[in-house]
Design a protein around this ligand. Sequence first.
Ligand code: HEM
Ligand code: HEM
Length: 179
Amino acid sequence: MAAKSTSNHYGSVAVTIHWLAALLIIALIGSGFRGSGIEDAAAKAAILRVHVPLGIAILLLTVARIAWWLFADKKPNPIPMPAWQDWSARATHFVFYVIILGMAASGIGMLVLSGAGPAIFGGAAETLPDFMNYKPRIPHGIGARAMLVLFVFHSCAALYHEFIKRDGLLSRMSYGRSS
Ligand code: HEM
Ligand code: HEM
């Protein structure tokens, strides 16, 4: 399978970035809600020691994905579908990028403004701040919920195309050949 996409199949670089990003986001949403629901500072810091590096990883991966599309590769041609579906797919993909970048920015903003780095990574969990006192916590919480909605919508749309319309949409985002 070629690194770059063809007119009807995503290339291995795009497929790898896509599924890695999906896994990272599931882990981030899980660890984020788990962490924010915990009162015990040491347990919350332990979760943030995973959440924060994963958040930085998705930021780097998303920047790499944008650079890949802008400078190296071209997306496959859209599968024939009604104009509104094509439009909503494009909008969903675009909004994913915006929310991921916004989540990373607000997450980093929370850490910088609260100075929580040493409490999380330096073993001083008892000094962990209440992140609710910092403004970026609000868009971070809203973005997380928007991401969940988009994730369900996007996954259902992919499964609908693959198994009800049977137009091979999911297969072209896999490592195999398109049908
Ligand atoms: C796409 C990337 C990210 C996703 C999907 C994500 C997801 C979440 C979620 C779901 C929550 C809980 C929200 C709530 O309960 O209302 C959360 C909280 C949090 N996230 Fe993230 N996050 C991301 C990136 C980051 C980054 C890059 C950082 C830091 C550099 C970060 C730091 C935090 C912090 C400090 C909290 C607050 C925990 C608390 O309130 O106790 N996140 N995140
Ligand atoms: C939160 C996790 C996910 C994110 C952020 C995400 C994001 C994206 C983005 C941005 C694209 C456009 C291609 C690109 O820019 O690289 C895309 C395409 C695609 N995604 Fe996802 N995705 C996620 C999860 C999933 C899941 C769980 C499925 C399957 C159930 C899926 C199936 C697809 C398919 C089939 C395409 C290709 C659509 C086409 O050919 O037009 N994605 N995804």
